[in-house]
Design a protein around this ligand. Sequence first.
Ligand code: ATP
Ligand code: MG
Length: 313
Amino acid sequence: MTAPPTEVSSSAAGGPRRALYDEPEEGLPPPPEPEPDPAEPPVSGQWLPKPDATRVIVVANQKGGVGKTTTAVNLAAALAAGNLSVLVVDLDPQGNASTALGIEHEPGTAGTYDVLMGEHTIAQDAQRSPEPGELWVLPSTVDLAGSEIELVNTPGRERRLALALDEFMESNEMDYIIIDCPPSLGLLTLNALVAARELLIPIQCEYYALEGVAQLINTINLVTGELNDNLVLSTVLLTMFDARTRLAGQIVDEVREYFPEQTLPVVIPRSVRISEAPSYGQTVLSYSPDSAGAKAYQNAAAEIARRGSKETL
Ligand SMILES: Nc1ncnc2c1ncn2[C@@H]1O[C@H](COP(=O)(O)OP(=O)(O)OP(=O)(O)O)[C@@H](O)[C@H]1O
Ligand SMILES: [Mg+2]
């Protein structure tokens, strides 16, 4: 498989350019629910190609609220709906991915914390999501918030998740393992970057969208140089696109220029259905299967599966 370069151009290291903020957003009424794009037929019910080996994808961006969790859970659900087996590792003490996938995660629930502490295996603590298909979740609880400090003096602290996943993959066949990271570049995110083969960066179509991406790329370059040579930036996904603003279009153009191979053609629209779904403990695919948001995530999953299977990454 030809991997895209994880070395990013010098303009990235020096800080990406920003789109001009030429259209004030204040005063805009809430966006109408976008119509599904007829140019992008739904892929619902379509069987997706199985990867040759488990694809371990980390969803990371240290900027908060850009759609990491929404992307992790809806992609996972779309892959599972495509008849693939998927494990979501919730690596954020907020536990949002666990909530969105219908998994209880009150304090004391066994999950990521116990695995990182070396007390449990992933197979012991993974729970099956009520969402359709082979969709499993390693839940997180607020206990995980203390783990960064608890692990600080532990040798090999950045490899705890990698070791646990290696052990899990020896006896469990999963097509995809998707890791949802917290909004920081701390030890939890580092564990995910060391454990994964692919990085997916969600980028919100907003002002400051690219701010922080340069820092993330620098971190990845450090990780690939020192801790995990296998990590590639495989996918960039634009989220919360509001077609009414020129700014959103500018961000899309800029990100595509910046990451021409990695940026998926499909863009996730800003959609009330997507934001409502977690409060029902559901993904948007279950909550509103015909919505534009559900179709966009299905198309993104199909493209990710297609690229991987055809080794075009
Ligand atoms: N396409 C979308 N349309 C509308 N709302 C969205 C969309 N994607 C995400 N949201 C909402 O935006 C908020 C932030 O999304 P999300 O929790 O996925 O981001 P995050 O990057 O995981 O955040 P954090 O950094 O806190 O982990 C949530 O309330 C979510 O429901
Ligand atoms: Mg999140």
